[in-house]
Write a protein that binds this ligand. Structure first.
Ligand SMILES: [Fe+2]
Ligand SMILES: [Fe+2]
Length: 281
C-alpha cells in the first residue's frame, strides 16, 4: 500500500511538534513596535529558551566585556534578529532529538546550512537575516518525519546515501514517489509557518537549471547553502576539495552568485559554525 505524505505526518504528529511558546514568540516579531521588554517577558516563560538567550549573549562569538545577567540586557545587546535565531534553534534542536548517529549528522548539517544561508544572504539580500536562518535550519525537517514514521526502511536509505554518496532525495523519490522537501513543506504548513519559508523548504531540491521565477530565490539560497555545506563535509562522510564547483552549481547561476575566492566564504562559514556548535552542544 502506498504511504502518502499525510499518512506520514499524521503518524508522527504527537512526536514532532514545534513548541507552542516558540511559535508565539516568532509571531511577536511580526509586530514592528515590539519592545525588548515584551520579548523578554515572553521568553522568560520558557526557562530553557531564556537560558539559551543568556548563553548565546555570553558566548565567545559576542565577546562582550561584562557578563550579561538578565534577559532584557541580553536581548538589547544581541538584537532581535539574533534572538529570533536562538528561538528557532532551540526549538528545532528539540525536534531533531539527537540520539543516534544520523540524527546528530542531520542536526550538524542543518546548523551548517542555516549559517551558510544567512551568510550568503548578507550578499544576496534575498530575505531577512532571521528567515534565511530559519529556512536553513528547517530545510531537511522532512527527513525527521521519514525517519520517525518509517524507521526501518528510511534508515536503509540513509545508510545507502551516506556510504555511496547518493543524494537522498533521489532515493526517496524512487521509494516513496516524493522526497523530504515535499514532506517538510507539508509539515511547516501544518505548523503555520510563513509561505516564504514553506516554499524555500518545499522547492530546495528542484532543478535550478530551468527556472526563472522570483519566488524560487529563497529555495535557491537554501540549495546553494546545502551544496556548500556538503562540499565542506559537514554532516557528510568526507569533504570534497573542488570549491570552484560552488560558482557553477545551477542554484548559484540562477542567483547570479559568484565568489572570486570561494575559500573565504567557506572559512567564514566554518568559523561561525564551530562557535555556534559549541554553544548548542
Ligand atoms: Fe534536502
Ligand atoms: Fe540538506
Amino acid at each position: 500500500m502506498k504511504v502518502t505524505i499525510k499518512d506520514l505526518i499524521t503518524k508522527v504528529s504527537d512526536n514532532i511538534a514545534f513548541p507552542k511558546v516558540a511559535m508565539k514568540i516568532l509571531r511577536l516579531f511580526e509586530d514592528d513596535n515590539l519592545s525588548a521588554y515584551q520579548l523578554a517577558k515572553a521568553i522568560s516563560l520558557d526557562p530553557v529558551l531564556a537560558a539559551y538567550v543568556l548563553k548565546v549573549s555570553n558566548s565567545a562569538f559576542y565577546n562582550f566585556a561584562n557578563r550579561v545577567k538578565n534577559l532584557s540586557d541580553a536581548i538589547a545587546l544581541i538584537g532581535f534578529e539574533e534572538v529570533k535565531k536562538v528561538v528557532v534553534m532551540v526549538s528545532t534542536k528539540s525536534v531533531f532529538s539527537s540520539s543516534d548517529f544520523f540524527d546528530r549528522l542531520l542536526w550538524e548539517h542543518s546548523l551548517g546550512v542555516a549559517i551558510a544561508a544567512s551568510t550568503l544572504n548578507e550578499k544576496l539580500k534575498i530575505t531577512d537575516e532571521g528567515s534565511g536562518y530559519i529556512m536553513g535550519l528547517l530545510h531537511d525537517i522532512g527527513k525527521v518525519v521519514f525517519k520517525k514514521a518509517d524507521q526501518e526502511r528510511y534508515e536503509k536509505l540513509l545508510k545507502d546515501s551516506y556510504n555511496n554518496d547518493t543524494p537522498i532525495n533521489i532515493l526517496e523519490d524512487d521509494l516513496y514517489g516524493y522526497n523530504h522537501a515535499d514532506v517538510g513543506s507539508y509539515l511547516l504548513e501544518t505548523w503555520n509557518f510563513e509561505q516564504g519559508i514553506i516554499d524555500a523548504v518545499g522547492f530546495h531540491h528542484i532543478d535550478f537549471n530551468s527556472v526563472n521565477k522570483d519566488f524560487l530565490k529563497k529555495a535557491a539560497l537554501v540549495n546553494l547553502s546545502d551544496f556548500i555545506i556538503n562540499i565542506m563535509g559537514i554532516g557528510k562522510k568526507e569533504p570534497q576539495n573542488d570549491l570552484a564547483l560552488i560558482n557553477t552549481t545551477p542554484s548559484a547561476r540562477f542567483l547570479d552568485f559568484y565568489e572570486e575566492n570561494p575559500i573565504d566564504i567557506v572559512n567564514d562559514i566554518y568559523k561561525k559554525f564551530s562557535s555556534l556548535k559549541e554553544t548548542f552542544e
